[in-house]
Design a protein around this ligand. Structure first.
Ligand SMILES: [Zn+2]
Length: 86
């Protein structure tokens, strides 16, 4: 089912899963050298990850956390709050 999250605090629509202990991978697309800082910085393309465990779920904008701790509880919470597309 499609998630139609509407944050109760800020009305933003992006719900994120926040994880810890993950390996992250980012493809490198550009590199530039900053002479002032004497450092180079990278731009990234596709970002992926593997492993890790879910810490919590949160609004990407204001960090509001639905009061849940598992995918099943998240499903129930979204359903109760009419945030699942039928
Ligand atoms: Zn929010």
């Amino acid at each position: 089912m499609k998630v139609k999250f509407i944050c109760p605090e800020c009305q933003s629509n992006t719900l994120e899963e926040v994880m810890s202990d993950v390996f992250g991978y980012a493809t490198i697309t550009d590199i530039d050298n900053d002479k002032t800082l004497n450092d180079a910085y990278l731009d990234y393309g596709i970002v992926t990850h593997e492993g890790g465990s879910v810490n919590y779920y949160a609004c990407a904008h204001c960090n509001f956390e639905p009061p849940v701790s598992s995918p099943q509880e998240l499903y129930n919470w979204l359903k109760e709050n009419n945030m699942l597309e039928k």
